[in-house]
Design a protein around this ligand. Structure first.
Ligand SMILES: [Zn+2]
Length: 304
């Protein structure tokens, strides 16, 4: 990470904008193929009830935690209601904890469902983000239903206002769960890079960092397939462009990624503020021979 100091926030933002123009965001060289092997489909379908169960359990645990945190405040509200100033703040604290709880319950319902689907999909070598996302969303909806049934069963509340509040809270949590499960499961497939020829997941290796001002030189040398120039650039010590290589253990083809990482520091309201940013500037497939050279140069030079 390269740290740079600026006299003000405006100057820092301007510098970021300039850097983004010089080193623009590159699309990911890897794209999931969408292939869905039969074994993966079977595992994913089995993952729907499993994910629903995990989702309901996770939601229940987070709900109990929320109630445990809110309880002392709710109890105090009743005790000091009539004779102190604090009661005005206490109900607000309770409401804030409940609101945070609804979001946390929703996120946990969705996250647990997507974790189960992601793990089973990986086992079956699923390469379809859409299938994983759809089935994780199904698991999250089922899990939210299970969770609601359990809460209704154990709370035993028949109070109309409480049921109404619970219904609204559940609808919000359910929506968060749905979105979280859908996005999480799709992302788990897209980010797990895979060699479609060898049916293997790629292995990630950190190659250290390069100086930022060598970034465009490296990209142009790679695009022109000039390996001698690539090797030259890779010799430079420096900071600001983080390199990593995802390699197939069988055929040796690899994806080389370069991420710009930086931190802008500037004073504001008497304090030093930090604005960290990271984006992908470079992402390209390398043939096995080229990937070997790239890895070798970095190992020889820096022991990466
Ligand atoms: Zn391969």
């Amino acid at each position: 990470m390269k740290a740079m100091s600026f006299p003000s926030r405006q100057e820092a933002v301007r510098a970021w904008q300039h850097l983004l123009k010089v080193l623009p965001v590159a699309p990911d060289a890897y794209a999931a193929s969408g292939r869905l092997p039969l074994a993966a489909l079977a595992l994913l379908l089995a993952g729907v009830p499993l994910g629903a169960l995990a989702s309901a359990i996770a939601g229940t645990v987070v709900l109990l935690l929320t109630l445990a945190v809110a309880w002392p405040f709710a109890w105090l509200t009743g005790v000091v209601m009539d004779w102190w100033v604090i009661p005005k703040i206490l109900p607000l604290a309770v409401a804030a904890i409940y609101a945070a709880g609804v979001i946390a319950v929703g996120a946990s319902l969705g996250f647990a469902a997507s974790m189960v689907i992601a793990a089973l999909g990986r086992k079956g070598h699923n390469r379809s983000p859409a299938t994983a996302a759809t089935l994780a969303a199904c698991a999250a909806v089922l899990g939210t239903g299970l969770f609601a049934a359990a809460v209704l069963r154990f709370s035993g509340s028949r109070d109309e206002a409480a049921l109404m509040f619970g219904g609204v809270a559940l609808a919000i949590a359910g929506l968060i769960a749905l979105v979280a499960a859908f996005a999480g499961a799709a992302d788990s497939v897209r980010t797990a890079r895979y060699c479609e020829t060898c049916h293997r997941y790629l292995e990630t290796r950190d190659l250290g960092s390069l100086p930022l001002d060598s970034a465009t030189m490296l990209r142009d040398a790679l695009l022109a397939r000039r390996l001698d120039a690539v090797s030259q650039v890779l010799q430079q010590p420096g900071d600001g462009l983080q390199l990593s290589l995802d390699t197939c253990g069988s055929c040796g083809r690899a994806v080389l990624d370069g991420k710009v990482t930086g931190e802008a520091r500037f004073p504001e309201a008497g304090k030093e503020r930090r604005d960290r940013r990271t984006w992908r500037f470079l992402s390209t497939w390398l043939e096995a021979a080229d990937a070997r050279v790239v890895a070798q140069v970095r190992t020889d030079r820096f022991g990466a």
